[in-house]
Design a protein around this ligand. Structure first.
Ligand code: CP
Length: 314
């Protein structure tokens, strides 16, 4: 592949290849590779049109740890504010010969569109409610390490599924790897085409969590609810907030995940999030750097193999 735009086009074997390489970037004793040269001589530009803590920081660290020259565009201070379009901005940056462009955008499909206009590798860091492929890959690596496998697991994805690119990418990836995925949440927060996703759907959280191996919680994405149904936080926490009692319905060794940013007391009780015997939320962040190193390393190998014209790659 030339780009990483989503999980949809990846074969299970390709997913395994990315995870296996990521395992080399942070070993099982949690020693992280901090200096390597897989991206030496390459330029990486990060363009985030939406807020980010984890994704932007980990893409930046991943690039630097592999020796790339990394530039973070401050989109709030860019000429987008003067009316320049996304495509004109991308073409402008493309003319400066980047090799890797990491893009987050509020509109679904915007990153795919941009990838068609530039001649560098594009990595989707989250587009609207469409895909967040590196999040699904880091979640997969976290699960594989905690459970020792990434197949035949019962996995509950809980909360605001309708607005979540994290849920969409995870549903696709976990399905490709032959897991049983359950979606748990109010019908108002389920995607309209839920019947076509190959998942089981539960409105009752206790039933949905019964005997699962993995509990994946999601934030209520109010910024995407544009005037539609917005549940009260108290009522939502009562019915869908993950607390010790609801978690007791999952398997005794079930792990708790959350992609962040987390709203404690809304979708998850703070004591569950901090319980190192159950929560792997910090491991997810740790795996995020390794997975992004692996994804960019593999794309860079493809760039080099494609033997691009002199001057395009440093
Ligand atoms: N999980 C995730 O995408 O977090 P950020 O929005 O902080 O990047």
């Amino acid at each position: 592949h030339r780009h990483l735009l989503g999980i949809e086009p990846l074969h299970p074997e390709e997913i395994r290849t990315i995870l296996d390489l990521a395992d080399q970037y942070v070993d099982l004793n949690r020693r992280a590779v901090k200096h390597a040269d897989a991206l030496a001589g390459l330029t990486q530009i990060n363009m985030f049109f939406e807020n980010s803590t984890r994704t932007q920081a980990s893409f930046e660290l991943a690039g630097k740890r592999l020796g790339a020259d990394v530039m973070n565009m401050a989109m709030q201070a860019s000429s987008i504010k003067k009316g320049e379009t996304l495509i004109d901005t991308a073409l402008t940056l493309n003319a400066m010969h980047p090799d890797l462009l990491v893009v987050r955008h509020p509109h679904s499909g915007a990153v795919d569109l941009l990838a068609q206009k530039v001649n560098c590798a594009v990595l989707n860091a989250g587009d609207g409610r469409h895909e967040h492929p590196t999040q699904a890959l880091l979640d997969a690596l976290t699960i594989r390490r905690a459970k020792g496998r990434l197949h035949r697991l019962n996995i509950a994805i809980c909360g605001d599924i309708a607005h979540s690119r994290v849920a969409r990418s995870n549903i696709i990836l976990l399905g490709k790897m032959e897991n049983r995925v359950r979606l748990v949440g109010p019908p108002t927060l389920m995607p309209s085409q839920v019947g076509e996703l190959g998942v089981e759907v539960y409105e009752d959280m206790r039933e949905g969590l019964k005997d699962v191996d993995v509990v994946m919680m999601l934030r209520l994405q109010r910024e995407r609810m544009d005037g539609g149904f917005i549940p009260s936080e108290r009522e939502y926490y009562h019915r869908y907030g993950l607390d010790a009692e609801k978690l007791s319905h999952a398997r005794e060794d079930a792990i708790v995940m959350h992609p962040g940013p987390m709203n404690r007391g809304v979708e998850i009780d703070g004591t569950i999030a901090d319980d190192i015997n159950r929560s792997v939320i910090q491991e997810q962040v740790e795996m995020g750097v390794a997975v992004r190193m692996a994804a960019m390393d593999l794309l860079a190998r493809n760039l080099r193999a494609a033997d691009r014209p002199a001057g395009v790659m440093a």
